[in-house]
Write a protein that binds this ligand. Structure first.
Ligand SMILES: [Zn+2]
Ligand SMILES: [Zn+2]
Length: 163
């Protein structure tokens, strides 16, 4: 989705609303499945010659808990904030996004920001107990009947006591 920003770049004080809803063309993560389209609400503005993009991307996705593998729904809200430039002085300058010929691929930029913002792990809840390594039972729904592994030092002590 290319957005034409020539007016914004050329007129100080100008601004433009860029809110839109879209379905990403590719999967944003192997770890989740989108349950809603992505809603971006924000805009661009030219403040004293500096063009900035500011907004929030929100969506819901079904994710798998990294501890118990249970799937759950999570709402995401990702800040999208960048300065835009039609030329970059320095290719490695991460502070500015290039809008060559005043064109910006906003959807690609939003997708990129979403991917960068995703946590490495999702937990269904802070104190998720995970699954039992022995029987595979989800311990959030109650304890299993597996014996707790006894500390080897404790086992040695118990043996001594038995003699
Ligand atoms: Zn969990
Ligand atoms: Zn168990």
């Amino acid at each position: 989705m290319q957005i034409q920003l020539e007016q914004i770049f050329n007129i100080e004080g100008s601004s433009k609303d860029l809110s839109f809803v879209f379905e990403p063309e590719y999967s944003l993560s192997d770890d989740f499945v989108l349950e809603t389209p992505v809603t971006f609400s924000g805009g661009v503005k030219n403040t004293a010659g500096i063009v900035s993009l500011d907004g929030t991307a929100s969506f819901s996705a079904s994710v798998a808990c990294s501890r118990c593998a249970e799937r759950f729904k999570k709402d995401f809200s990702v800040e999208v904030r960048h300065f835009l430039a039609t030329k970059l002085q320095n290719e490695d300058n991460d502070d500015y996004i290039l809008a060559e010929d005043y064109m910006l691929d906003l959807q690609a930029l939003v997708c990129e920001d979403i991917i960068l913002s995703l946590p490495v792990k999702f937990l269904c809840r802070e104190d998720c107990k995970g699954i039992c390594p022995e029987c595979g039972k989800n311990l959030n729904s109650g304890n299993c009947t597996c014996k707790k592994a006894v500390d080897p030092r404790m086992a040695a002590l118990l043996e001594l006591l038995e003699d």
